[in-house]
Design a protein around this ligand. Structure first.
Ligand SMILES: Cc1cc2nc3c(=O)[nH]c(=O)nc-3n(C[C@H](O)[C@H](O)[C@H](O)COP(=O)(O)O)c2cc1C
Length: 183
């Protein structure tokens, strides 16, 4: 039975912190635009309080979430259980992007283990939490995290990562500007 609440409860937080991955979705306002959904792992999401979550985001070949948050702020997170107790949990919120140059960076970065290749922190104020059964989600055994992203970032080096971001992270698929192109 789907349950909707306005705050992240202790049991919601426990479920979220048990998950090895999450999904983040955002979309442009334009009806023609590409709706983005991204799987994220590496245990980079933290529940900051009963109405705020944040995740440390790494350099990638795209930067959709940043562009959509800049344009309209809407963001949805999804966590689903792949083990014996089925459950899906969604967080609906308004998100913002904190860049390393921002005065808020140190505060939010203190919640995360620093890694080479981090590019921004996505912070979201949550106004709805929805849980649903998850009976349709298959069973999977967690085997471990991949280290490839950190090896890739290490090999690129600081300057290489900055150049890569200039080339690939300034606009979205729909040519909307990201925070990188307006800073
Ligand atoms: C080194 C590297 C790591 C990536 N890691 C992810 C990832 O963890 N999740 C993901 O959805 N896409 C990943 N991508 C692909 C795109 O970056 C990503 O799909 C796209 O940027 C989606 O928007 P987002 O970054 O706002 O989530 C990666 C790409 C590269 C080059």
């Amino acid at each position: 039975m789907d349950k909707l609440s306005t705050e992240i409860s202790k049991s919601h937080q426990e479920f979220i912190e048990k998950q090895k991955m999450f999904f983040v979705a955002s979309a442009p306002l334009s009806g023609e635009g590409h709706v983005n959904v991204s799987p994220k792992g590496l245990e980079q999401l933290k529940v900051l309080n009963s109405s705020q979550v944040a995740y440390l985001d790494f350099v990638g070949s795209g930067n959709e979430t940043s562009a959509h948050l800049l344009e309209n702020g809407r963001i949805t997170f999804m966590f689903c259980s792949f083990d014996k107790v089925p459950c899906i949990l969604r967080l609906y919120g308004q998100g913002k992007v904190i860049l390393p140059e921002s005065s808020d960076w140190c505060h939010f970065a203190s919640f995360f283990k620093a890694h080479k290749g981090n590019r921004q922190i996505i912070v979201a104020d949550i106004f709805h939490v929805q849980t649903s059964c998850g009976y349709g989600v298959p069973l999977y055994d967690y085997q471990g995290d991949r280290n490839i992203l950190f090896e890739w970032a290490e090999k690129k080096g600081e300057t290489g990562l900055q150049q890569y971001q200039k080339e690939k992270n300034r606009v979205s698929l729909d040519h909307l500007p990201t925070h990188l192109s307006v800073q």
